[in-house]
Design a protein. Structure first.
Length: 580
């Protein structure tokens, strides 16, 4: 035993016993010219975010109130905390022995919030003194796939945090790597509940797992990307599920799942003014009449959205967009009697504008919204409950500049406006009723809306049959006092059978939209009494019914005039005819 211990001691002294070699990788963040730079986005290029070591980051997973600052990555605002999560590149995913973070504050260092991977840390240094605290994290038991930084101030303790550098230490070899106890959860490129449009691509990251499978509505997708079909129905939802597997050499494989639901929306219209020429305009400067665009300019690069410029406007250079210098559209005060610069965005009346986003570097706060159209803040124009088809803004107290403009819009929802009913003919065993169903914003079968009118007599349901009156092109109109203004009208007929003669009845007529009863348009207490006469209608054959005439507004016409077009109903069949 003594001989063994002596031999071991000699080996140790000669360095013959292997030991783990500590290595590291690091990331240093770029600074900004001031503390008012544009915030980083999830699609920001890591070479723009980092001055060194950008290849160690795969990208930004999530971010809020984080931008380049005077002394490094600026996290938070004076009264608000910010946060950013970096995804680690696959070749940099290691089991850390420790992580060091160089951080400081602009003021009130020891009173600010600062967390690294959700672990609270205290700060004492102020970056203006060219000094940083070195925050150290240890005791890691799993592979590092993300780094999250959170910091900032509050109303009572104002300030923000700078992060200059992150260094990750790890052992290249030697020692025993802990066996993983859980599989990393796969991460989608969009959040649960996100709106997407046809042609959008959603990817999934296995985050260090051995493999990942992607499913769309329970159908296996090839690869790790799913593209929304171009013919996907607007308003439909798609469920995406990712299943990751982490292979363990000795033991059972580990698995993890993530599921999100996305909603298909209309493809937004996007206008880009960041390079010249743009939409027939080139960069101009100076103050002469030739240095400004004037008159009306219609920019139609989208099937649905039209952007129109009026008054005094032009394309200008030297616009700061994040870390880039680009061109932009600028609205000016009245130049050469052309009028104040004005922008109008419009969609057809069956649509409404949901939101307008102005790109990084835009100064939309300098604009004034016209006619109370929504509210404009933080380069976002929103319209709560207004459903407008046309919106306008113009130059305000100073000249607004726009780098990009993204317009989101949607079809107006189908709305039932009214149901009208009248007793048509009553016999011994049958009774017939005419009805008109008035609907706003019916777009045909592709809209996904289905309307059913049901007559209930003695607890038994009798569904009606109807045809669309003046489909698709039916104008919104003011009708008679007995009718309802709407964009579309269904004319229909419903009959009840199996009745007893000479008996009073009370019927109910209801309308269902996509299977759901619309209670506010249910007609109760329809009174009628059967006769003792068996009419031909009890044994009628389709095509033999008498013709009934309605004008194009849905009003019954007793004496149709030759040369006029009418809606003609024969039983359950409705057609448009020219009377000769």
């Amino acid at each position: 035993m003594k001989k063994f211990l002596l031999t071991l001691l000699v080996l140790l002294s000669l360095g013959f016993v292997a030991s783990a070699e500590e290595k590291s990788w690091s990331v240093t963040f770029k600074t900004g010219a001031n503390n008012n730079q544009a915030e980083w986005k999830t699609n920001s290029d890591m070479d723009n975010v980092c001055s060194d070591g950008a290849a160690n980051f795969a990208g930004i997973k999530s971010v809020s109130k984080v931008s380049p600052g005077l002394y490094g990555l600026k996290i938070g605002q004076n009264k608000n905390t910010g946060n950013i999560t970096f995804s680690i590149a696959e070749n940099a995913q290691v089991l850390p022995s420790k992580i060091e973070v160089e951080a400081s504050a602009n003021k009130n260092a020891n009173k600010l919030t600062f967390k690294v991977n959700n672990i609270s840390k205290s700060l004492s240094s102020t970056a203006t003194n060219n000094s940083y605290d070195t925050i150290v994290l240890t005791d890691f038991t799993s592979t590092l796939t993300e780094i999250t930084l959170e910091g900032g101030g509050s109303n009572s303790n104002q300030g923000f945090v700078y992060v200059n550098k992150i260094t990750v230490y790890y052992s290249e070899e030697g020692g025993e790597t802990p066996v993983p106890t859980e599989c990393p959860e796969p991460v989608f490129s969009v959040a649960d509940g996100a709106n997407v449009y046809p042609g959008s691509t959603i990817s999934v990251d296995k985050k260090g797992a051995t493999s990942v499978e992607l499913y769309a509505n329970n159908e296996l997708v090839e690869g790790t990307e799913y593209t929304v079909p171009e013919d996907a129905q607007i308003g439909s939802t798609i469920t995406l599920k990712a299943k990751s597997t982490l292979t363990i050499e000795e033991g059972d494989d580990l698995t993890a799942e993530n599921e999100i639901t996305i909603t298909v929306i209309e493809r937004p219209a996007m206008y880009d003014f960041t390079s010249a020429p743009a939409y027939g305009m080139d960069v101009k400067s100076g103050s002469s009449a030739a240095d400004f665009e004037s008159g009306e300019k219609i920019i139609s690069t989208h099937d649905i959205v039209t952007l129109t410029l009026n008054g005094s406007y032009r394309l200008v250079g030297n616009v700061t967009m994040g870390s880039e210098i680009v061109t932009g559209l600028r609205l000016h005060a009245n130049q050469n009697n052309a009028g104040v610069g004005k922008m109008t965005i419009a969609v057809p009346k069956e649509y409404y504008i949901e939101e307008v986003d102005f790109g990084v570097g835009s100064t939309s706060s300098n604009a004034s919204v016209l006619n109370g159209a929504g509210s404009l803040a933080n380069n976002k124009w929103t319209f709560e409950n207004q459903q407008l088809s046309e919106i306008s803004l113009q130059r305000g107290s100073s000249n607004p500049t726009f780098t990009t403009i993204t317009v989101k819009y949607a079809l107006r929802p189908a709305t039932i406006k009214g149901l009208r009913c009248e007793v048509d003919r009553v016999f011994k065993n049958t009774a017939y009723f005419n009805y008109m169903l008035h609907v706003d914003n019916h777009y045909g079968d592709e809209s996904g809306s289905e309307y059913t009118v049901v007559l209930t007599v003695n607890g038994e349901d009798f569904p009606g049959e109807h045809s669309l009156m003046n489909p698709a092109s039916a104008p919104r109109r003011e009708l008679s006092e007995n009718d309802v203004p709407s964009t579309h009208t269904f004319v229909g007929k419903v009959g009840a059978q199996g009745l007893e003669g000479l008996t009073p009845y009370t019927a109910t007529l209801r309308v269902e939209h996509n299977g759901n009863v619309v209670e506010e348009h249910t007609i109760n207490d329809i009174q009628f009494e059967t006769t003792n006469t068996t009419g031909i209608e009890d044994v009628t054959v389709d095509g033999n019914e008498a013709a009934e005439y309605f004008n194009l507004q849905g009003v019954r016409v007793a004496q149709p005039e030759a040369g006029q077009i009418y809606i003609v109903r024969r039983g359950a069949k409705v057609v448009k005819e020219l009377v000769k």
